[in-house]
Design a protein around this ligand. Structure first.
Ligand code: SF4
Length: 389
């Protein structure tokens, strides 16, 4: 059954939140009754999914060119439409096509294709469901492809519980009718040029579902879970007020045993936590400000007017008043759009094809990052740092 994007609901134990509730099994009961919020990024992602679905309908589900063009014309009126977004969606559609072609080459049969399929996950997780963006089956391999449209964080398919749950949901559909040997779970994230796949034998995936997911899901569902703070708190609905999370960061100082200066090892430990501590403190600050604006008081704190910048009330009137003494050219600045705005306007591909020789990318400032970061290490011996600062 295909689902409407804007009506994609969320189960209490949702697949998209599984990275959190599988670790902090107390979080679903804490979040109960708190409404979902949305953001412009989420709405843009929904629109990108809808646009990709239109392409798939035309390429694989018999939608005529005429109907496709008419529908595309309508989509172009959407506030989130831009040439750049459409280019990324087309990149995703092209990559899906490559995966479908690989499936075709795997067997003499035609692959079975599904788009935007609602998946029942309740074999492993009570009352849970999710949506498989693209499902492809042929020759013993079942593949789930998931579009991630964000560009903030690169999402890997390796050990990804959301994708694995989708894999289990798709397996429930195919396992009875096909001889599925392997499940491939793929994430395509076009804005970060990220493509990653995890492949698991069917038995391994089912064992993960039965031995790892099911007991944790039952614990969470029965409100018998434990609090485990960590990076996964970031999208938790109670991240601002959760005491377990607050204790986790506030107790950090107790780990430093003696009163001497910090050692290199201790500094390294603090660096690992520093971003998370800042994020947690910012979450609490944002929450408290919102509450204070709504009338709640926090002892020792008050809401004041922040600093602001002067703005023109009426630019036309200002030009009118100055026109006798000054040429308009003296008063008006004309600038080329920024590269990202230009990409949005004329498309990423056009910028790449026509303008690449005229666009430079200066080296970035040195940043201290964990060793796991994919970027190569800068070489201090060659004075790389000095040339940038
Ligand atoms: S903020 Fe973190 S520790 Fe607290 S309930 Fe949410 S996920 Fe669990």
């Amino acid at each position: 059954m295909s689902v409407n994007h804007s009506e994609r609901g969320h189960a209490l134990l949702s697949a998209s939140g599984a990275h959190r509730w599988l670790v902090c099994t107390a979080s679903p009961s804490m979040e109960k009754g708190i409404a979902d919020t949305t953001s412009t990024f989420a709405e843009e992602g929904t629109f990108a999914h809808e646009l990709s679905e239109l392409h798939f309908a035309h390429l694989y589900q018999g939608m005529t060119k005429r109907k496709f063009n008419a529908e595309l014309k309508k989509r172009k009126q959407n506030e989130y439409y831009s040439e750049e977004l459409h280019d990324y969606v087309k990149e995703y559609v092209d990559q899906v096509e490559e995966h479908i072609n690989e499936a075709k080459a795997r067997a003499d049969t035609e692959p079975t294709l599904m788009f935007e399929e609602q998946l029942d996950l309740s074999t492993y997780v009570p009352e849970s469901f999710g949506t498989g963006d693209v499902i492809v089956y042929n020759g013993g391999v079942l593949e789930i492809i998931d579009l991630k449209f964000g560009k903030g964080i690169e999402v890997s398919a390796i050990d990804n519980p959301q994708l694995r749950l989708y894999g289990l949901g798709a397996l429930d559909i195919f396992d009875m009718i096909e001889d599925v040997q392997e499940v491939a779970m793929t994430i395509i994230q076009p804005r970060l040029n990220n493509l990653s796949t995890e492949r698991l034998p069917v038995e391994d995936l089912k064992t993960w579902g039965e031995d790892y997911v099911r007991p944790r899901a039952e614990e969470a569902w029965n409100e018998e879970g434990s609090f485990v703070p960590g990076e996964h708190c970031r999208f938790c609905k109670v991240k601002h007020t959760c005491k377990a999370r607050a204790n986790h960061y506030l107790n950090m100082k107790n780990k430093l045993k003696d009163p001497n200066l910090l050692s290199s090892d201790e500094i390294a430990d603090i660096l690992f936590e520093a971003d998370a501590v800042q994020k947690w403190a910012k979450d609490v600050q944002d929450y408290a400000l919102q509450q204070a604006k709504d009338g709640k008081s926090f002892e020792g704190w008050k809401v004041v007017e922040g600093r602001s910048r002067r703005t023109y009330k009426d630019e036309g009137k200002i030009l009118e008043l100055l026109k006798d003494e000054h040429d308009e050219d003296e008063l008006i600045e004309k600038k080329l759009l920024s590269i990202s705005k230009l990409e949005k306007k004329i498309g990423k591909k056009t910028v790449e094809e026509k303008l690449k020789d005229y666009i430079a990318k200066p080296p970035g400032k040195p940043a201290l990052v964990p060793e796991s970061d994919k970027r190569p290490e800068m070489n201090s011996a060659d004075n790389d740092f000095d040339t940038i600062n």
